[in-house]
Design a protein around this ligand. Sequence first.
Ligand SMILES: O=C([S-])c1cc(C(=O)S)c[n+]([C@@H]2O[C@H](COP(=O)(O)O)[C@@H](O)[C@H]2O)c1
Ligand code: NI
Length: 383
Amino acid sequence: MLLGALVSAGVPLEVVAGAVDAVAPEHVALTPETVSRNGFAATRLHVDVADSSTHRTWRDVAALLAAAGLPDAVRLRAHATFERLAVAEAAVHGTSPEDVHFHEVGALDAIADVVGVCAGLAHLGLDALVVSPVAVGSGRVHGAHGEMPVPPPAVAELLRGVPSHAGPGERELCTPTGAALLTAHATSYGVQPAMTVRVVGVGAGGRDPATHANVLRLFVGEAASETPNGTDGPLLLETNVDDLDPRLWPNVLAALLTAGASDAWLVPILMKKGRPAHTLHALVSAVHADAVRTEIFRQTSTIGLREIAIGKTALDRDMRTVQVDGHEVHVKLALHNGVVVNAQPEYDDVVRAATSTGRPVKEVLADAVAASRPLVTRTAPDL
Ligand SMILES: O=C([S-])c1cc(C(=O)S)c[n+]([C@@H]2O[C@H](COP(=O)(O)O)[C@@H](O)[C@H]2O)c1
Ligand code: NI
């Protein structure tokens, strides 16, 4: 269903087929078909392999991925997907991920599903993937482990911490491969965020129950731009951390700014049990919130975040230059209702000028401030 949705959303079939053939030890035929699901058109991608019964271990699959001529973006996504599957299978079967023996999941058609979807996602070049609550179905399913409840154990494990619900109907609607793909690549979960949808891909699998259109929809578009207030407005992300090597903090702040935070800073605090710690703060616009959240969880030891919707007042800015000892110093102007209320020399330019003239930085700064003063049109007593 994911493959069908990606192709329906415009991912060229050759992109998907090329990646699958790079990994699969034998040819896999991928054939798109427009099908009807309870009266709605959808794209089904038939995956045909000569042998769909071979079992592989996680090691076998990892070796196939490592040896394949795949772009790194696709290989990393596929590796992460199978690794999630291996960890989940190991948890439910009481073994280690390295020793996991995939049954249905390790067969060639499942490898084609994973690699093809990863190639499609990489092709779309997504900044974010929001997954809505997963319909898992209900009832019972038969497989290599005999009869299992729906969701089967690996799906239940993979969807821990993820919004999901039973139904519709008594059938298995989300397989381990599907759950691994959704959870390995989701950047967040929930309803459709504010966005401008450009394309709607509609994917189908083999089943066409009479109860509903059994399709998976993929909405591709741009995140809505920031609004001054409300849920799509700026957020303050905060977390208290007492167990991170303090030498890492400068890199954490740099990583958050690179991920799109408009500011990131630390405040020393004293936590429970008298522990010295820090509060990490990051100011983000709605469009960068997911990337910054992800970076906080990647770079620090925190396991949760506070998120506060905030309002912001930002003055208009402009840039001018002044000369100090023959050196150019940029000056940032702040305007309130068109009036220049502040003129601040750029400190890095001041240091550069001081270094090249050999004068103390404090003197060059004083000269730069004096040279900038005429740029302030009026001091506003009512501010
Ligand atoms: O292959 C294995 S080990 C396997 C484990 C489980 C568990 O929940 S544990 C379930 N299944 C069933 O296999 C089929 C096919 O799944 P795909 O992910 O390959 O599409 C499905 O019915 C699962 O319930 C297999
Ligand atoms: Ni299993």
